[in-house]
Design a protein around this ligand. Structure first.
Ligand SMILES: NC(=O)c1ccc[n+]([C@@H]2O[C@H](COP(=O)([O-])OP(=O)(O)OC[C@H]3O[C@@H](n4cnc5c(N)ncnc54)[C@H](OP(=O)(O)O)[C@@H]3O)[C@@H](O)[C@H]2O)c1
Length: 281
């Protein structure tokens, strides 16, 4: 990890580089090149998922980079069709094989699928993966407070991480407060609201005042809140621009402006809607 990226401690030990690189919607035919460029730009934390269909290409870029495995932080996720307890181990092994890795740093349940699967049992099966020694930490994604309570009550094991949509239009304060209470690391997906917040007049005004770009201002807000995040970008220029969030001369006024933008508006899917049949992703 380039030394200037801070590390957020994980409850079970170790830590996550706070600013990583996301790979959703990076097409397989582009993924090896894009991830190679991200690694060259300085990213050491790569967020992928079986659902994204690009684990093989991401793995090839990791291998070709020559970067020591210990310097990389790689996350993947359990895809929706494999929630049954007997399917979890094989799905995890497929992700490792596709990525060409001996172990993952973090493995998450991608969506709770609370009405179409027994997600408490799925969580117990994911927790059992820790005993293989092939994953350092396990967690969840898109879990609401209700889902978190249910898996903790059922297993006594608190997820290390909950990866949820967060951006200035969806600040998720109540859920983040619960995370803090339970010691769960918050990961923010779609940190730029897939570009939607970048033309907000108030974001533009802060960017102008601080001499930064809108994306840098939004990412600096995430970093100031202490969340882990991983914007996706297609060009080396944007990859470098986004890492520049670490150098923004952030201040309390900027924080107050961005905190004020929340309108509880999603740009991605609602976890209470995504299900095995008929749900959106
Ligand atoms: N757990 C989950 O369910 C879940 C769901 C969604 C996402 N994620 C993870 O979170 C990552 C990030 O989320 P996301 O990809 O949905 O959205 P995002 O990072 O908020 O936004 C990506 C979009 O912003 C654009 N962009 C990036 N940097 C920019 C810049 N400096 N200036 C202007 N535009 C810029 C990108 O364009 P170009 O690509 O054209 O550069 C892309 O269209 C994903 O890649 C994935 O790893 C997880």
């Amino acid at each position: 990890m380039p030394p200037r990226v801070p590390t957020v401690p994980l409850p079970g030990g170790g830590g996550i580089p706070q600013l990583g690189f996301g790979t959703y919607k990076v097409a397989p035919e582009q993924a090896e090149g894009v991830v190679a460029e991200a690694l060259a730009a300085g990213y050491r934390h790569i967020d992928t998922a079986a659902m994204y269909g690009n684990e093989r290409e991401v793995g090839r870029a990791l291998a070709a980079s020559g970067i020591p495995r210990a310097d990389l932080f790689v996350t993947s996720k359990l895809d929706n069709p494999y929630h049954a307890v007997a399917e979890v181990g094989p799905a995890f092994e497929r992700s490792l094989d596709d990525l060409g890795l001996e172990r993952l740093d973090l493995y998450l349940i991608h969506w709770p699928l609370a009405r179409s699967t027994d997600y408490r049992a799925t969580w117990a099966a994911v927790v059992d993966l820790l005993a293989t020694g092939r994953v350092a930490a396990v967690g969840v994604s898109n879990f609401t407070a209700e889902h978190l309570r249910a898996v903790i009550d059922a297993t006594g094991v608190v997820p290390a991480v909950n990866q949820v949509e967060i951006n200035p239009y969806l600040s998720q304060e109540p859920l983040r407060a619960l995370h803090r209470k339970w010691g769960i690391v918050t990961q923010a997906w779609s940190p730029l609201a897939r570009g939607r917040v970048l033309t907000d007049p108030q974001v533009l005004a802060v960017a102008h005042r601080l001499g930064a770009t809108p994306a840098q201002v939004v990412l600096a807000w995430h970093l100031d809140r202490g969340d882990v995040t991983f914007p996706k970008a297609s060009s080396p220029a944007r990859m470098a621009e986004n890492l520049g969030a670490l150098d923004v001369a952030w201040d309390a006024d900027a924080r107050a402006v961005l905190d004020g933008l929340n309108r509880d508006e999603r740009s991605g899917s609602d976890p209470d809607v995504v299900e095995l049949d008929g749900g959106r992703r």
